[in-house]
Design a protein around this ligand. Structure first.
Ligand SMILES: [Ca+2]
Ligand SMILES: [Ca+2]
Ligand SMILES: [Ca+2]
Ligand SMILES: [Ca+2]
Length: 442
């Protein structure tokens, strides 16, 4: 009797343990399923927010196109159109550009690619004057883009790159993005971007905390930036005048009568006929020609845009002296700080008439210096960069694209659409926080 009861107790206990286990398993399963459903629902909402952000970014690209088309003549419009917190769909977009004078404040708008040094056409002397450029990298860029196999001092050709752990050939062709310098001997992201890890031109917390988070910065309270914001590979202009007519190649024999006709519009026929032999002489560029003709500044200003010294349909890599920042002007051959100050002063005087010319540099520089930069400068811009951040209205998703637009042709075309989401949210962090909490942005 006693034995039976003990067996009964044992069986009940076993049943109880099994029941507890089943209940535990069921409970945890239901928790897992519950979480799974919540995760699925959240993922679906996040997916919808992501789609929304992507659509807003597409809209922002169209917006940039429209802004560029609005610009009359051959310039790029930098009018005070809204580029900050522009509402679109259920969200917003920003078109950001670095504020090169101020690492505390964001700046918005399109960035002018012709206001930068072109890595494909700049001389080694010009490259060397870029902020944080090294002799090794400057010479290696020359070897990287030139088609020959001769190694410049400190440079490198294929024999160097083929001995790397992951070998590749020297490109021996023009760079297609500025980031390509990371593949070039001596190139690294600290030289290219400096401390501006997220490329927004603003000193962010992680860019001023030394080694605590990437990048390795010097935590000196100021953004020590690299040369990224000062370089391009895109600047190019069609060899036509402001009205879109092909320019006249002064050096070409069959153009002599057109040149004479053109000169007669600004000087007397006798004077023009006297000048003709001089046009056939040797001179480095149109500024040199201006001095050698002895024509007045007013007269030559009226014809310079219609003249060229090449039959090429496109001229690449010229720096727009009407828009280039101080550090870029300083890279032009032979110029020192005093020259650049004089240029900026003269430019400010001229800026009211929205000049697309560049002969005005002769008013600020000596004859020798003006001729020295004459082959590297222009007064016009045709390519713009739009650094676009788009966010969904609920702040759950954002995306960032770096887009380069070329307006040498109609309609304009996109030369680059580079995703930059991996750099994280690069505007004021409170914007995202406010949107996520259902508040107003500011
Ligand atoms: Ca080469
Ligand atoms: Ca930054
Ligand atoms: Ca850091
Ligand atoms: Ca610093």
């Amino acid at each position: 009797m006693k034995r039976v009861s003990r067996q009964h107790h044992l069986r009940s206990a076993t049943v109880l343990i099994v029941t507890i286990w089943i209940v535990l398993v069921l409970a945890s399963l239901s928790i897992v399923f519950g979480q799974y459903v919540r995760v699925e629902a959240m993922a679906a909402t996040n997916q919808a927010s992501m789609t929304s952000a992507e659509m807003i970014a597409n809209g922002a690209i169209q917006y940039a196109f429209a802004m560029l088309n609005q610009a009359t003549g051959s310039g790029v419009s930098y009018a005070s159109n809204p580029y900050e917190e522009v509402p679109l769909g259920d969200g917003f977009f920003w078109i950001m550009r670095p504020n090169l004078q101020d690492d505390r404040h964001y700046d918005f708008g399109l960035a002018d690619e012709a206001a930068k040094i072109n890595l494909n056409t700049a001389s080694v002397e010009m490259l060397l004057k870029l902020p944080s450029m090294t002799a090794e990298l400057a010479n290696s860029i020359i070897d990287w883009r030139d088609s020959n196999q001769e190694i410049s001092t400190g440079g490198a050709e294929s024999e160097y790159y083929l001995l790397l752990e992951h070998p590749y050939y020297c490109k021996d062709a023009p760079l297609e993005t500025a980031e390509e310098v990371l593949l070039v001997k001596g190139g690294d992201s600290l030289l290219l971007y400096g401390e501006d890890y997220n490329r927004n031109g603003v000193l962010d917390a992680n860019e001023n905390d030394a080694q605590a988070s990437p990048p390795a910065d010097n935590s000196n309270g100021k953004l020590d930036s690299g040369f990224f914001h000062y370089v391009t590979v895109y600047s190019a202009e069609p060899n036509v005048d402001a009205q879109g007519n092909p320019r006249i190649n002064v050096r070409s024999n069959q153009n002599q009568s057109s040149v004479l006709e053109l000169l007669k519009t600004v000087i007397s026929e006798d004077q023009a006929l006297l000048l003709m032999p001089r046009l056939r002489g040797r001179y480095a560029n149109l500024i040199a020609l201006y001095y050698s003709t002895g024509m007045s500044y007013e007269a030559f200003s009226k014809v310079i845009d219609k003249l060229t010294l090449t039959d090429d349909e496109t001229v690449s890599g010229l720096v727009n002296v009407n828009t280039a920042p101080e550090k870029v002007l300083l890279c032009l051959p032979g110029l020192d700080q005093t020259d650049v100050d004089a240029l900026i002063q003269e430019r400010t005087k001229n800026s009211a008439n929205g000049s697309t010319g560049y002969l005005w540099v002769t008013q600020a520089l000596t004859r020798e210096k003006a001729i020295g930069i004459g082959s590297y400068i222009t007064g016009r811009s045709f390519q713009s960069a739009a650094d676009i951040t788009a966010v969904s209205g609920n702040g759950r998703a954002f995306c960032r694209y770096y887009v380069v637009i070329d307006k040498t042709q109609q309609p304009p075309r996109v030369l680059l659409r580079q995703p930059l989401h991996h750099l994280g949210w690069s505007l004021d962090p409170s914007i995202l926080e406010n949107l996520r909490n259902g508040k107003k942005i500011k």
